[in-house]
Design a protein around this ligand. Structure first.
Ligand code: SF4
Length: 387
């Protein structure tokens, strides 16, 4: 059965407030009946509050509208993120005076407040769900859409998977990419070639293993799968293969499954804001130029349908290659624009496939445009008198 995804395009016909994204977010919240669903609920709003001098995360104007809707409905809202991102969040505009509710570190200031869940997956045994997430009775998963070096893109899934887990669980998800072997030393008898393999990579994607000078270690985040190293490495010694990249996304799907299992059915709504999409995650501590045109705002009860619909809308646009950092390269224009930037094996759709397999939702969706774009006759700008 298809799920409904509500969508407000970033584009306007007229230069009027009612056609801007905050107004379309309000319409989406109405369609999701958020106010009717939060009475007496403790509502955690999970978002990325950025880090250091990031200014491309969700603007406080949007957060305030969600907070107000929750209050209107009789709920008790608060915002959470991981501890090092909430530290200094007020400098990026996320202060209670501005957004209308407090901001807390999801697992406490030292990340010592969490609940452990047992679920063996490759190198991971236990998953630590942040205490304030699991203690809440309702969640608004409010994600900023952007590129991501581990999986191509980050949105609703990643906001829950990395953002709702505490301490070493996040590191464990990244480390799981090394679970399936990619270095086969038996096919490289002459280890003196290792420095040449490393030197072939312009992105520091492969290095000598610090614990074993006769072994190679991949930095998957930095690898765009250009294949230069494979031209130097003896055949079969180094493998750049889908399984290592997809493992991160499968781990994210498991994390989301565990996070959502802590809420009763119908007690989570998911929102994606696809504006000022940067090459990498909001935790990097800076904002760079947008690499894609703004797409708009999306909302759904179905996390799988939401990320799938968001990716589909973005796929109709092109990477703004003039805006990408000059140290990054585009070596393929196949697949989704996020793959152009991060490489073909960082397929952003994979997380939705893994999520669907776990029963988290449906990749089949109906996109409901809350304010379809009109194309009226062109006219001169309406004069807006200064007040
Ligand atoms: S495939 Fe390209 S980016 Fe990846 S490690 Fe090899 S040379 Fe570096």
């Amino acid at each position: 059965m298809s799920s409904k995804v509500y969508f407000g395009t970033a584009r306007q016909a007229r230069l009027e407030a009612r056609e801007t994204l905050p107004a379309k977010l309000d319409l989406i919240l109405d369609h999701l009946h958020l106010r009717d669903r939060v009475n007496k609920e403790t509502v955690v709003i999970k978002m990325h509050t950025g880090n250091n001098m990031v200014y491309s995360t969700i603007h406080p104007v949007f957060v305030r509208r969600v907070v107000q809707a929750v209050k209107d409905g009789g709920g008790k809202p608060f915002v959470v993120d991981v501890n090092w991102d909430t530290e200094g969040a007020e400098k990026r505009g996320y202060a209670s005076e501005v957004i209308g509710c407090p901001v807390f570190p999801a697992a406490g200031p030292d990340e010592k407040y969490f609940y452990e869940h047992e679920r063996p997956y490759k190198s991971i045994q236990k998953w630590k769900i942040s205490g304030l997430i699991q203690d809440s009775s309702f969640m608004v998963n409010f994600a900023h859409v952007k590129g991501h070096p581990s999986c191509g893109f980050g949105a609703a899934f990643k906001n829950l998977a990395l953002g709702c887990l505490a301490g070493n669980s996040r590191g464990a998800m990244h480390d799981a990419m090394h679970y399936d072997p990619y270095w086969f030393p038996e096919n490289c008898p002459d280890k003196s070639i290792l420095p040449q393999i490393v030197a072939a990579c312009p992105h520091d994607g492969v290095v000598i293993d610090k614990d074993n000078p006769e072994s190679l270690h991949m930095h998957f985040e930095q690898c765009n799968q250009c294949g230069r190293c494979l031209k130097v490495a003896p055949e079969g010694s180094l493998k750049i293969q889908p399984v290592n990249f997809h493992t991160f996304q499968e781990a994210c799907a498991h994390a989301v499954d565990i996070v959502l299992s802590t809420f009763a059915p119908g007690k989570v709504v998911h929102l994606n804001l696809a504006t000022h999409m940067t090459p990498v995650c909001d935790c990097f501590g800076f904002t760079s130029m947008p690499i894609l045109p703004d797409a708009g705002v999306f909302g759904s009860d179905d996390v799988v349908a939401l990320d799938k619909a968001t990716l589909d809308v973005i796929s109709k646009t092109r990477l703004i290659e003039d805006n990408i950092p000059t140290t990054m390269e585009v070596h393929t224009r196949e697949g989704h624009p996020f793959q152009w930037l991060h490489g073909p094996l960082k397929d952003p759709y994979k997380v939705t496939e893994f999520g669907e397999k776990l029963g988290l939702g449906s990749r089949d969706y109906e996109l409901v445009d809350v304010m379809p774009l009109e194309f009226p006759e062109r006219s001169s700008l309406t004069y807006i008198a200064a007040r």
